[in-house]
Design a protein around this ligand. Structure first.
Ligand code: PHB
Length: 551
């Protein structure tokens, strides 16, 4: 069993069929860790192969997946749906810094989780993992009975909720529908009702190795002004440092202080509405592409409804959803109804909001991607366009180090692979990265670097190099001709994070005889910049709530 069943009964007549099917494909891909052959997708979703093909090509046009050979692969852009929920609920922004401060002060991991039906879902992680083998990601779902916050959340459950829980336990006693946790042995479920009763009276809850041997945690609830549990904050440790009891004694006082501060932060004025997301919405992106490829309009429109929510737009009436997405009111209404049926949207009175369940759409998997993995498909596309090799590198001390490399079939004199290091000064990626350094760091480099002549063209004067770096900074690109090795030319541009800091460089390298210098700029720079822009887009979406390591 892959994904936990979330719906009761058949879909209402007004549901948008293509949206149901598109989300089934996304869920299946997420459960398969982001990649699945199209044939397997058809089998797993019980959809006709031709339907899967249409859905996949529509999702590709919204940039939520790409097709690689026979596989469909989820892309970081899909994280915009989870980001919309996290923006809307404000929990990471308002409470994350308090969780991080608690992790610092206790020197233990701290996490924030929200209730999700009979499970709990992580929305923030401040990780100090040492002896722990398991690390949960933002978006991971745990069965309520196996995490410390679960007993707190279950204290508010109705008879219906308990009934749903028992049915789930019977249908899946080993928790195979929860890919983030090791299979269950039943112990957690047996004590759950008792632990829930204790959590209700104590207002804290402990996990004594319910997930795996060694892992212990203690959690307290964070309540809103009406006393409702909004989330729970946990301190997580390992039996090599703490028993469940000693962790509770050591952490509970500061955990309670933090939860109080979190409640105050939530009660403070909400931030102003951020501008609507409609300009970058999936529907807009898909509509921009050339017509011709198979395209299911109602699927793209339905997905766009999810991105109508965000910071300052946590709860929206139908009219606002229709306005933000520029969709006809009837289309927005049927899409909301469909999303509500699937548990991605809830309605209170006239207002709709996103639920944390939208994070099941690949968020946890995609938040594990490195910058290299994010860049690689874009470098592959670039190489297909320009028929020369493309790479990405970062600065490591005074060298560049390759993080990704996509060679052409053309034979090059240099043998470069991931991990290869070259001195920064005679390379285009090195100059791009040096030009992006703060002035003092750059000056320190220039005063200590040994600029050796590697060919008779290598710039070896620090003053000359300083001038070149200024120019690279102004141009936003570097072109280096045969300074590292005879016959080798490279053109590079920076990759910037959301704050504008240069985090890596990408280049195209070629034999110098392939083009004139002028042609190198005019023919290659537009494609190179476009590829870098696509990598940056993905990086900015992926890094909104998670740290993206370079490799
Ligand atoms: C975690 O954040 O990793 C965590 C939280 C609560 C638990 C176990 C692990 O009970």
């Amino acid at each position: 069993m892959r994904s936990t069943s979330t719906t009761a009964g058949p879909p209402p007549k007004e549901c948008v069929g293509p949206l149901l099917r598109g989300l089934a494909v996304l869920r299946e891909l997420a459960a398969a860790d982001g990649r699945q052959p199209l044939g397997d997708l058809a089998r797993a979703t019980a959809l006709a192969r031709s339907t899967v093909d249409r859905v996949v090509s529509t999702l590709a046009r919204t940039d939520y997946l790409r097709v690689e050979g026979r596989d469909a692969v989820l892309t970081p852009q899909l994280m915009e749906i989870g980001n919309a929920y996290l923006d809307a609920c404000r929990l990471p922004a308002a409470l994350g810094p308090l969780a991080d401060a608690l992790a610092d002060s206790l020197d233990e991991s701290v996490s924030i989780a929200v209730p999700d039906r009979d499970g709990l879902r992580f929305v923030h992680q401040a990780t100090r993992r040492r002896a722990l083998s398991l690390t949960f990601r933002i978006g991971d779902l745990l069965p309520a009975e196996r995490g410390a916050p679960g007993a707190l959340f279950a204290a508010d459950w109705t008879q219906d909720d308990w009934q749903h829980w028992r049915q789930r336990r019977e249908a899946d006693p080993q928790d195979t529908g929860f890919p983030a946790v090791p299979h269950a042995r039943g112990r957690a479920a047996a004590s759950f009702e008792q632990r829930t009763a204790a959590a209700r009276t104590q207002d804290w809850s402990v996990d004594d190795q319910l997930i795996e041997p060694g892992l212990v945690a203690v959690a307290v609830p964070v309540r809103d002004a009406q006393g409702r549990q909004v989330c729970a904050v946990s301190v997580v440790s390992h039996t090599s440092r703490h028993s469940a009891e000693s962790l509770t004694n050591a952490a509970l006082p500061r955990l309670r202080e933090t939860a109080d501060a979190m409640a105050r932060a939530l009660a403070a004025d909400p931030p102003p509405a951020a501008p609507g997301a409609a300009t970058t919405a999936p529907w807009t992106r898909a509509a921009k592409e050339e017509p011709g490829t198979e395209f299911v309009e109602s699927l793209a429109r339905g997905l766009t409804v999810l991105t109508a929510f965000g910071q300052g737009r946590a709860q929206l009436p139908l009219t606002a959803v229709a306005e933000t997405t520029a969709l006809p009111r009837a289309t927005a209404r049927r899409s909301l109804l469909t999303l509500q049926y699937l548990g991605y949207v809830t309605q209170e009175g006239r207002l709709f909001r996103l639920t944390p369940r939208v994070l099941e759409l690949g968020f946890a998997h995609l938040s594990g991607l490195t910058l290299s993995r994010i860049a690689e498909p874009h470098l592959v596309d670039l190489v297909k366009q320009v028929h020369d090799s493309a790479s990405m590198a970062v600065l490591v001390q005074d060298d560049i180090q390759y993080l990704a490399r996509v060679p052409t079939t053309r034979i090059m004199t240099v043998n470069i692979r991931v991990g290869t290091r070259f001195p920064a000064y005679p390379t285009a990626m090195g100059r791009t990265l040096l030009a992006g350094l703060p002035a003092e760091t750059r000056a320190a480099y220039l005063s200590r670097a040994q600029l050796k002549a590697l060919t008779d063209r290598t710039v070896t004067s620090p003053d000359h190099l300083a001038q070149i770096l200024d120019q690279v900074h102004r141009d936003g690109c570097a072109l280096v001709d045969e300074e590292l090795e005879e016959g080798l030319r490279s053109i590079a541009v920076p990759l910037r994070d959301h704050a504008g800091h240069v985090v890596a460089a990408v280049n195209i390298s070629m034999h110098a005889s392939r083009r004139s210098l002028e042609q190198t700029r005019t023919e290659l720079l537009p494609s190179l910049r476009a590829a870098a822009g696509r990598i940056e887009n993905d990086l900015h979406v992926a890094a909104r709530y998670t740290r993206v390591p370079v490799a």
